[in-house]
Design a protein around this ligand. Structure first.
Ligand code: PRX
Length: 654
């Protein structure tokens, strides 16, 4: 039996627009052959774009499942992200154009950023933080988050950023697991006009996280010395950021780091289980993120690059901070929600700051689709030249919507597949070269090797299978913090004994052109009458219907078929969810895919349950569809969404 069946056939394709391809940095595919011939030489070339304190002795030391890159080399990530640029003409270039949700704005030049990073590095040193110590960062999307990350990197401390939307329990568990010495937080952050009380959450967390000896509090709320209503300061432990910075010296020699010294830990919760502390090291991670930022986004000196991800996620680490800053780029950073105060906030930001490259997630694109094209249409988006997508499979219809309504049909779209674990983009088009197909991340980047295997480890030439990475990459995780056994078990045990094969957990198909189409997490695959159905294709068929904005498909136990399909659907604004529409949608899926994929149930939902990073949580929808008590809901962005759905589902059944 196939590990995953192929159901849909998407035939549209888009060559790089002529004017784009003509000006692109890479406009022929020679780079692929070159990199394939000698991947180590390719990555060594990429590493040479960085500034090293001492050269490496070997490019790759690989003892599967462990790999080391650029061993013997010495490097500092902060030096590469700021110092290098202030020595040259980029000194006064904007590094970060920041906008708060209430509308406040700040621009930090590379020189400003350099001084802030150095001063904060000294602040951390004055609190006893040194090389190898762990520092927690629990901040809203403010420039201080970037300063804090780079200041840690400068002194060799290991940062562990916790997304500002996470609860006190999540902060506590992460601080304890890493045994952090210091936590950097803020009195609050703005989200949909409300203040998120970060310091209060931090206080709750720290009541049970005794390793944290100092708390540094950024003042985000108005009010002189800081807003005491949101931040009760504990004598001896808590310090206002701005007070510590007042007297700090801007002279902070960087710590020379071994290439393989840890740069940061970032926890991924996955959908179940104890969060894993994903460990990234310095030289390889910086090489991978800098190189992919340059190539995938065709980065130019005058670009205004906006990656909308929060610094709490890997996308924020790699493509808001390390990748673009290592390239000396100008980055836009926005604190708040896309629908605050209105549903055109993103387009307003793009217009006002002249954004040229926009990198966002399918979950956001589907929300924009739901809200309708009138919002982007109000704004001049003509500066945009390239669009990106990351985080989930992008449904072809959402891809087309993005292409037409945001990209004005002239911007290539890079659908980038990667993970917290890979640290940098692995499968993606090169925008000046690759003919794109909506819904496909296309091919592995130069220097990256991916394959499609069945569960026995045989190669699947075309059709459905399991995605595997067959060679280490410089930006890949090195281990799980404090649990190497779990590292081996989670990522290198899929194909017995073949410790050179990394299993990312995704199902995919490969088409006749060798393009990869990610079909969703293997854990979510359904088994209907012997057919192994990935979630992506059925969901994409539903989203193709003009009334549908978003869909999630799960399996529920069925006497005869093994599993039957249940679909949860949100409709576009202005559409009425009627029982006629329900029947129409069932038939629509049959016409697109075949009777095998006909949903038994369709439930119209106001919203789908999502993780805080915006991924649909199908596990909880399975619980609902099978009438079980809801499993762990703590990683949900909005727990009320599932409770409401459960009630609605039971009413319908009852
Ligand atoms: O299932 C894939 C999906 O997101 C997973 C990684 O999630 P995370 O570690 O949170 O990192 C997200 C940001 C890189 C993958 O295993 N995923 C990510 N990008 C894509 C994707 N699925 C399909 N297409 C993508 N472009």
């Amino acid at each position: 039996m196939a590990d995953i069946d192929v159901l849909l056939n998407e035939n549209r394709s888009f060559p790089p627009p002529e004017p784009f391809a003509r000006a692109a940095q890479v406009s022929t595919d020679a780079i692929y052959a070159m990199a394939q011939k000698d991947p180590d030489a390719y990555w060594a070339g990429a590493a040479r774009n960085l500034e090293w304190i001492a050269p490496w002795k070997s490019v790759l030391d690989w003892t599967p499942p462990h790999a080391k890159w650029f061993t013997g080399g010495k490097i500092n990530a902060a030096v590469n992200c700021v110092d290098r640029h202030v020595r040259g003409p980029a000194r006064n270039k904007a590094a970060i154009i920041w906008e708060g949700e209430p509308g406040d704005r700040r621009t930090l030049t590379y020189w400003d950023l350099y001084r802030e990073v150095c001063k904060f590095a000294n602040v951390l040193r004055s609190l006893g933080v040194g090389k190898g110590d762990r520092v927690g960062i629990y901040l809203p999307m403010v420039p201080e988050a970037v300063v804090a990350m780079l200041a840690c990197a400068r002194i060799g401390a290991i940062h562990s950023v916790v997304f500002g939307g996470f609860s006190p329990e999540s902060v506590r568990d992460r601080m304890n697991d890493a045994q952090a010495k210091v936590l950097i937080t803020a009195d609050g952050g703005y989200r949909r006009g409300q203040v998120v009380p970060l310091k209060r959450n931090a206080d709750k967390a720290l009541a049970e996280a005794p390793s944290v000896k100092h708390v540094i509090v950024v003042q985000r709320r108005p009010g002189g010395g800081g807003d005491e209503a949101f931040a009760e300061m504990r004598e001896g432990r808590d310090h206002w950021y701005h007070r510590l910075m007042q007297n700090a010296s801007p002279d902070a020699p960087p710590e020379p780091m071994d290439s393989e010294d840890v740069l940061f830990i970032l926890y991924t919760s996955g959908t179940t289980g104890k969060p894993k502390g994903i460990v990234h090291t310095t030289g390889g991670y910086l090489t991978g993120t800098a190189e992919t930022t340059r190539l995938v986004f065709d980065l130019r000196d005058d670009d205004v690059f906006w990656c909308t991800a929060d610094v709490g996620w890997v996308t924020g680490h790699s493509y808001l901070v390390y990748g673009p800053l290592a390239n000396g780029a100008t980055c836009v950073m926005y604190e708040g929600a896309p629908d605050w105060p209105e549903r055109d906030r993103f387009w307003d930001i793009c217009e006002r700051h002249g954004v040229t490259i926009l990198y966002t997630a399918p979950t956001a694109i589907r929300a924009f689709m739901k809200w309708g094209e009138s919002h982007p249409a109000k704004h001049d988006l003509s500066r945009l030249r390239l669009l990106g997508s990351v985080g989930e499979p992008i449904n072809p219809e959402a891809w087309i919507w993005y292409h037409e309504n945001i990209g004005g049909k002239r911007c290539p779209i890079v659908d980038t597949w990667w993970q917290t674990e890979t640290g940098a983009i692995v499968i993606s088009p090169l925008p000046g070269v690759t003919v794109t197909k909506p819904g496909s991340a296309t091919r592995p980047l130069p220097g990256c090797s991916a394959d499609l295997l069945d569960s026995a480890g045989n190669r699947v030439e075309t059709g459905g299978g399991l995605l595997a990475l067959t060679r280490p990459l410089p930006a890949m995780l090195r281990t799980i913090w404090g649990d190497d056994e779990r590292y081996v078990k989670t990522y290198f045990s899929k194909w017995d004994g073949r410790k050179n094969l990394y299993f990312p957990g995704d199902g995919a198909k490969r088409d006749k052109d060798g393009y990869f189409w990610i079909l969703g997490r293997v854990d979510d695959v359904l088994n209907v009458a012997g057919h192994r159905i990935g979630t992506m294709e059925v969901e994409s068929a539903l989203v193709e219907h003009p009334s549908v904005a978003e869909a999630a498909v799960v399996g529920k136990a069925h006497e005869l078929k093994g599993q039957a399909l249940a679909a949860f659907v949100t409709v576009r604004d202005g559409t009425r969810p009627t029982s006629e529409l329900r029947d129409e949608l069932k038939q629509f899926v049959v016409d697109k895919i075949g009777a095998i994929a006909r949903p038994d149930d369709i439930l119209f939902a106001a919203d789908l349950p999502k993780t805080r990073s915006g991924k649909i949580m199908r596990r909880l929808l399975r619980d609902i569809a099978e009438g079980r008590a809801l499993g762990d809901t703590t990683t949900l962005a909005d727990p009320s969404v599932v409770a409401a759905l459960k009630e609605q589902y039971e009413e319908k059944e009852g």
